[in-house]
Ligand binder design. Sequence first.
Ligand code: GH3
Ligand code: MG
Ligand code: MG
Ligand code: MG
Length: 313
Amino acid sequence: VSLSYQYEHFKETDLKIAEPSDTELPVVQMVCEDISMLILMKEALEENGWMVMTSSDPEKALSLYYDLQPDCLVIDIDFTEIDGFQILENIQQHNHKQFVPKVILSTENNRLTRIKAYEMGADDFIGKPVNLEEFGVRIKRQLQRKQIFDESVLIDELTKVYNRRFLFDLLERYLKELERSNSVFSIALLDLDYFKNINDSYGHLTGDKVLEAFADFLKKNLRGSDIIFRYGGEEFVILLPRTNCQEAIDVINRILDQFRSMEFDEQGKTFHLSFSAGVYMVDNPAEASQDILKMADHALYEAKGKGRSRVQG
Ligand code: GH3
Ligand code: MG
Ligand code: MG
Ligand code: MG
């Protein structure tokens, strides 16, 4: 397997689910030995416009689960050869930090089975026979929970770019990726210049609007591979994969030029803004993510000290 494949695969599987403006269909995976019932349930769910993947073989279901990373998993535990709870158990053991709602189906709709299911991490339990209409609504509810969870874990509410928490999560993954490759990546820490003046002159609501506009500007003008995070207040981080220090400085300088020429129009007054940035290249997988940010912050501090509106490597 070539690195580029790994890289694309890594991006697609690990990041696709995390796109802030994700327009992908929700994916529901179902495991059930009874194929005719599986078909009926699949049709019922597909009416909602969801993508539904099914399997009647537990082994295949598990590998599909890890490849697919579904948004909801439905397990009918009534298998003849195995204890269907083993599927749930296996998945819980490999629980990456992700949240995937799991719905258990069984004819054994009794107190002890339900308790066991919930104790093993099930999010819902539906007794068979399944009412298809109710089934669809209950799965819909689980998909909503999944979406709310993903967004709150990953995305900054105001600017809709990734949040600080996800930055550190993703840094860990990129550092691991460095171990496998000879690649590098760069981090740029951007801080708006004299932002307090905006709040003081126009009020906090305008300040918020400017932050949103800045995030939109970054989304529009950065390369598709660059990843944007709100680090805190008026500070943003750009992760530039496979980009060395000089290339990163060039990218951020280009962005700075464009941003300086952007005109803001508020309460009958127009103004321009700038930012300062610190860039730091990472080529050592042993580096701690906190230290990476410290180095970028150090460079940012230098940029501010030299008079702001500049990029410091
Ligand atoms: P410098 O050039 O040194 O960066 O000056 P500055 O005024 O940007 O820096 P300072 O850190 O002193 O002020 C940052 C301001 O950003 C202070 C704070 O009120 C404001 N701020 C932080 N988060 C938000 C936010 O979410 N909304 C608004 N409106 N303002 C925010
Ligand atoms: Mg600041
Ligand atoms: Mg400051
Ligand atoms: Mg500032």
